[in-house]
Design a protein around this ligand. Structure first.
Ligand SMILES: NC(=O)c1ccc[n+]([C@@H]2O[C@H](COP(=O)([O-])OP(=O)(O)OC[C@H]3O[C@@H](n4cnc5c(N)ncnc54)[C@H](O)[C@@H]3O)[C@@H](O)[C@H]2O)c1
Ligand SMILES: [Fe+2]
Length: 387
């Protein structure tokens, strides 16, 4: 992966991770004094659990598992309380984005003090100034790219979902273990693939885009679109094809959006997740086609979408290639059972509540990254069409 050249995180890719391998990585990160704390969610994952059991026979390891989808600051803080008086100097996050972000949040608070809530929002009471704890992140979903990004996403005391970003939140090592992603069930394979695809596309239709970010984003979008259907089919069939490739594609898309931030799809997805607990990748898929259509008004974006479509669909007119790409996304959403309407999400929403629920997304910095400005009228049109 040449993208290693543009991320501060060392990326290691292996088929399996033995307890001895993990022990060695801990030593490389922390030397003789290394005392790791693993942060993972409580759902059993046999390959990870066997590795951790073996690791505990090799060295003392603290394990914390107060992790749930869309991590709450209170849950991260309870893990911080449990380890703050122990000589932990390495945090290892293993799991989906929720585990990796919890690991980042714990490392930041242990190093800088206070409560994770203090760091969130437009006018935070505290700022990240240092990190004394090494971070090793090991994704088990192929979606968020959090293992290579400088952001974490947390639901605050107020119930709002915030992105916290700082270069010190970026991991020292990201370890991509194919075996962990091989057990992802079809629904998670589908939703996390749409998260990864959204990261690649949101890097392109972004005010912060530049030639380097475009290049990584186009390459990752092509890779993800080549493999996501095969990964889904193999999840349905119980086979392994496409899992290693999706892990790599999600990591590559993470490298891309780490340089630009995300845009309107993510800004809208946060409302769906904080209000109705729609899983992150599902929420991204929900908003994707509307934002795609809007951003076609930008010439540069159209050129990049053509670059994505050409290796997938062959030579054709630009308009035809963009249409083929759009249709592919719609076809995959249908095949994967992802939602198009609020009815599909089993949410009963009346037109009168759109403003109260969705206008706040306009203040989200992610929304402001979107290359074509989004306003109240756009939001009402999008949401009304989905009622
Ligand atoms: N920091 C970032 O750069 C970034 C980027 C995008 C999204 N996010 C955040 O990440 C979170 C979403 O993460 P996610 O989509 O990876 O899911 P997740 O971490 O919330 O996990 C969802 C479910 O998948 C299960 N799971 C994870 N790996 C599995 C495996 N290999 N086999 C079977 N089950 C498995 C978990 O146990 C959990 O029940 C959201 O909070 C989102 O906002 C962060
Ligand atoms: Fe995302």
């Amino acid at each position: 992966m040449f993208e290693q050249a543009i991320t501060a995180t060392k990326i290691i890719k292996v088929d399996k991770l033995s307890p001895q391998d993990m022990d060695r990585l801990i030593f490389y990160a922390g030397g003789e004094q290394a005392f790791p704390c693993v942060i993972a969610d409580p759902r059993p994952l046999p390959s990870r659990d066997a590795m951790l059991e073996g690791l505990r026979k090799l060295r003392p390891v603290e394990i914390q598992n107060n992790v749930f989808p869309d991590p709450k600051t209170g849950d991260v803080m309870s893990m911080v309380q449990a380890i703050k008086d122990k000589p932990v100097n390495i945090i290892i996050g293993i799991g989906g984005g929720s585990s990796l972000d919890s690991a980042k949040g714990a490392a930041v608070v242990l190093s800088n003090g206070g409560d994770l809530n203090d760091y969130l929002g437009p006018a935070p009471a505290r700022r990240i100034e240092k990190r004394d704890i090494k971070l090793i992140l090991i994704p088990t979903t192929a979606g968020t790219g959090s293992e290579v990004t400088k952001v974490g996403v947390y639901t605050s005391h107020s119930g709002r979902k915030y992105t916290l970003g700082h270069p010190l939140m970026q991991a020292d090592m990201a370890v991509l273990v194919t075996e962990y992603a091989e057990t992802l069930p079809p629904s998670l394979t589908a939703s996390t693939a749409f998260d990864a695809l959204s990261h690649a596309l949101e890097t392109i239709w972004n005010k912060n885009a530049h030639p380097l970010t475009d290049r990584v984003a186009v390459e990752s979008a092509v890779h993800i679109l080549k493999w996501m259907e095969r990964a889904y089919d193999s999840a349905v069939a119980g086979t392994k094809e496409g899992r290693a490739e999706m892990l790599e594609g999600a990591c590559m898309a993470g490298t891309a959006f780490n340089m630009t931030g995300t845009a309107a799809v993510h800004a809208l997805s946060f409302i769906l997740s904080e209000k109705w607990h729609v899983p992150h990748g599902v929420a991204c898929a929900f908003a994707l086609e509307d934002v795609f259509r809007l951003n076609l008004a930008d010439t540069e974006t159209r050129q990049r979408l053509v670059q994505i479509a050409r290796p997938l669909f062959g030579n054709d007119r630009d308009d035809a290639l963009i249409a083929a790409l759009f249709n592919k996304i719609i076809t995959l959403k249908k095949k994967f059972g992802l939602p198009f309407t609020f009815g599909d999400l089993h949410i009963n929403l009346s037109a009168g509540r759109i403003g109260a629920l969705f206008y706040k997304s306009l203040d989200d910095p992610k929304m402001k990254n979107n290359i074509i400005p989004v306003n109240r009228k756009t939001i009402v049109e999008w949401i009304k069409n989905k009622l």
